[in-house]
Write a protein that binds this ligand. Sequence first.
Ligand SMILES: Cc1cc2nc3c(=O)[nH]c(=O)nc-3n(C[C@H](O)[C@H](O)[C@H](O)COP(=O)(O)O)c2cc1C
Length: 142
Amino acid sequence: MTDQLTFIAYASRATEPFDHARLVELLTESRANNERDGITGMLVYSDPDFIQILEGPDAAVRALLERIGRDPRHTDVRILLDERGSERKYSTWSMGYEPTTRGDGSAEAVAAIQIAPDDASTRESADALGGWFREKAGAEHD
Ligand SMILES: Cc1cc2nc3c(=O)[nH]c(=O)nc-3n(C[C@H](O)[C@H](O)[C@H](O)COP(=O)(O)O)c2cc1C
């Protein structure tokens, strides 16, 4: 199998705090677009930090990144990881999201991925964040 998918992890900061209503609006818009464009992934918001993981066809992911880069709702967009691969990690999530809560490990995971010194440790931190997300998403159905 060739590496036909692009994987991006980026960090940014909200220009104004997102309350529940603004997050719902953002997620509704994002999920509809991503479904249309074949993009999957997840978003973590640990005020003021966003970490988003995007996976999908290269052209679609690049086009989305351009829109995201122009979005005034956040600033200081930094690409942490930009890779090719063949298998989605978030195939069932057009944009997975779980609220962060104090003491749930999310703040540490969000900090860790931002200071990871190289691609290998960034990938490891992205996977750790993915583990956090999956655990939260799974716990909802227990
Ligand atoms: C933190 C953050 C994450 C976003 N994630 C997505 C996303 O996954 N998909 C998407 O279509 N738009 C996402 N957006 C919104 C885009 O920036 C943009 O507003 C939207 O795609 C509509 O673009 P358009 O107005 O050029 O059509 C995100 C915005 C922010 C601030």
